[in-house]
Design a protein around this ligand. Sequence first.
Ligand SMILES: C[S@@+](CC[C@H](N)C(=O)[O-])C[C@H]1O[C@@H](n2cnc3c(N)ncnc32)[C@H](O)[C@@H]1O
Length: 191
Amino acid sequence: MDHPATQDWKRERLAKAQLALPPWLIFVPVDFERDDLGERLASAGFQQNSPAFFTWLGVVPYLTQEAIGSTLDYMASIQNSEVVFDYMEPPEAFSEEFAELVTERTKQLEKIDERWASHFEPAGIAAFLRSHGFCDIDDINFQEIKSRFGRAVKGSRTERLVFMWSTLNTSQAAKTGAHGSDKVLSPFQRN
Ligand SMILES: C[S@@+](CC[C@H](N)C(=O)[O-])C[C@H]1O[C@@H](n2cnc3c(N)ncnc32)[C@H](O)[C@@H]1O
C-alpha cells in the first residue's frame, strides 16, 4: 500500500532497474486521507477474515490524526491484526540541534509539497490507540529501538516505535494460542 503518486513513481523506478518482482507482491494504491482502505484492499483481493500484519513505517508522521484514526479503525476490525508504526514526539521534545535538522527537513518537504502533519505525546498515545481498538501496546523509545534492533538503526531521538495487537486478536489468541505462530499466512487471494 502506498499513496498512488508515490507508488507509480516506485513502480517506474523498479521497471527501469529491471528488478524482478516476487510473484506474491500486490501493489495497492491508497491515499489514507481520502480513500476507503477496506474497499481498496478488498478490490485487490485482501481477505478481511484472515490475520494480517501491517508494517506502517515512515508514514504516520505525514498523516492527519483523522486519517490515522480511520486507518487504525479498519486495521483493528480485522481479527488477529498486528501493526507496527513509528511516530514523532511533539517539537517541544526536540533538542536544539535536532530542532535545526527538523527546520531544514521541513523546508525540503515544503519544496515537494509534503509536510509532517502529526505528533503524539508518548503519555497520551496509548489511550488514542485503545480508543481505536488496539491493546497489547508496546511503545518504545529510540534508545530501546537501538538496543533491540542494533546500533546501526538510523533515526532521531524523538522517534518512537509502536507494536500492537487488535483487541480482537487478544481474545482470539487466548482461545487459539495463535500468538507466537511461525506460520506465514497471506491474507490476499488471487483471482
Ligand atoms: C518517508 S516515506 C516512508 C517509506 C516507506 N517506509 C517505504 O519503505 O517505502 C513516506 C511514505 O508515506 C507515504 N504517504 C504519505 N502520505 C500518504 C497518504 N496520504 N496516503 C498514503 N501514503 C502516504 C508516501 O507515499 C511515502 O511512501
